[in-house]
Design a protein around this ligand. Structure first.
Ligand SMILES: [Zn+2]
Length: 254
């Protein structure tokens, strides 16, 4: 059994065939999905999915949608967490260094959300692109009690180690399937059995061989096979370890 620890099933990309996508995932052995929040406007769709037994949800403000966020959204996050005690984490939030022009605003919202996660002792789901060292430094300063997930990790073995030492786990997705990702593949081999979860980031992050296609949670099974091959373990072992780690991290009631 597999969990897709990070997928955006609420996105409009799935509006036409969401049920079929979930059915296909189930046929591929994926029994649970963790769906992060990305912007205030989209939270109602995320929370609606969270009504299902096979979906757990998070609330957060994603750096990609920085232009949509405003300060009252942070208050709304607090209210949303109060009103929805089943929400399993704060996120997706973080820093994406590809969008240099919004660097200060990204840190403003990221920091605010880290503080919310800290005060509520919730894990945090972090989007971190070309900013691993700066984000790790901030996480060390804040010492978050429930840790979290560095989703779609793409760094080095040393960077992974730093996050693990801070009580975080790393999310392994489509990036590990790409032949050229040698540094990341070294990191995958170096991880302890309880240091990672499997994810797809659907509809984004296509796997090798699926360029320009919409990604789907069913493909977490393929990620699992690649991670198992890299680590010299059976797929069933990797599936079981990542399942247990997702459950522990998000305190999933499954
Ligand atoms: Zn995401």
């Amino acid at each position: 059994m597999l969990i897709d620890a990070h997928c955006h099933l609420d996105f409009p990309d799935f509006d036409a065939d969401r049920e079929a996508v979930i059915e296909r995932s189930r046929a591929a052995g994926v029994c649970h999905f963790v769906v992060p929040g990305t912007s205030y406007k989209r939270w109602p769709n995320v929370l609606a999915l969270g009504e299902r037994d096979d979906i757990s949800v998070c609330l957060g403000l994603h750096p990609y949608f920085i232009d949509e966020h405003c300060d009252t959204d942070v208050e709304a996050l607090e209210e949303g967490l109060d009103a929805n005690p089943g929400v399993v984490a704060v996120g997706e939030c973080g820093i994406d260094a590809r969008f240099e022009e919004s660097w200060d605003a990204q840190w403003h919202y990221f920091d605010a959300q880290l503080k919310v996660a800290k005060s509520r002792e919730l894990p945090v789901v972090i989007h971190c692109v070309h900013a691993n060292d700066k984000v790790a430094k901030r996480l060390r300063q804040l010492a978050l009690p429930a840790g979290g997930l560095i989703h779609a990790f793409a760094g080095s073995p040393e960077q992974a180690r730093k996050f693990l030492d801070l009580g975080f786990v790393v999310g392994l997705g489509g990036a590990v399937t790409h032949e050229r990702a040698k540094r990341l593949q070294r990191a995958v081999k170096s991880l302890p059995d309880d240091g990672y979860v499997l994810e797809t980031d659907s509809p984004d992050m296509p796997l090798a061989g699926h360029r320009d296609e919409r990604n789907e949670p069913a493909r977490v099974a393929e990620v699992c096979r690649v991670v198992a091959r890299l680590r010299g373990q059976a797929s069933a072992e990797v599936a079981a370890r990542s399942y247990a780690t997702s459950r522990r991290l998000f305190q999933l009631a499954i």
